[in-house]
Design a protein around this ligand. Sequence first.
Ligand code: BEZ
Length: 223
Amino acid sequence: MQPHLPFDEEFFMSLRLGDIAPNFVQSSTAGEIDFYAYLADSWGVLFSHPKDFTPVCTTELGQLSKLKSEFDRRNVKVIGLSVDGLSDHEKWSLDIEQTQGAALNFPLLADLDRKVSTLYDMIHPNANETFTVRSVFIIDPNKKVRLILTYPASTGRNFKELLRVIDSLQLTDQHKVATPANWEHGQDVIIVPSLNQEAAAKIFTEGWREVKPYLRYVKQPNT
Ligand code: BEZ
């Protein structure tokens, strides 16, 4: 079979980090949603799943519902999407509640016309012609795309990893620190390379542990 060729770039450009996340209006389990109005001044997680009434997706939506309060605590609004219709979403949400021990507690977009999945490049035809892949976009309060993840249909995502990334991004924005490999909340962080020694000394008045001039550890601020 011939693989699908990429779209003509003149007509289609996929989103990249730092781009402004495009707005849309689409129907959802919480009524019609204007994405920007839904996000207001919050951070956002927009994610797609391939299909309703499928096993991995069922566990994902249950897990995310259980973690919703952790997203709330970080001022993050969550919104899911598949190209299935509203009546399927509504029927399936009963299964999620019954099997996962948590009721769906965030909106699911019913992207039947593929408006949002096309805008966000969530259908990868060489993986599947019809369904969305498991995409994730983390969007900051200025509507900038700060993370893009793409998982295959057969692998459920780790939503605690999304919380870890959000913690890292918020630390960078608020305290000019980055987070090392495998960092977890409470562990030491790294002064961003864009701060020279003089600028760093003004912010990190208690000093830092310097392994190399470009690798400077401090305690995690705000703990
Ligand atoms: C699932 O959610 O279980 C699934 C969906 C599409 C393909 C494979 C698995």
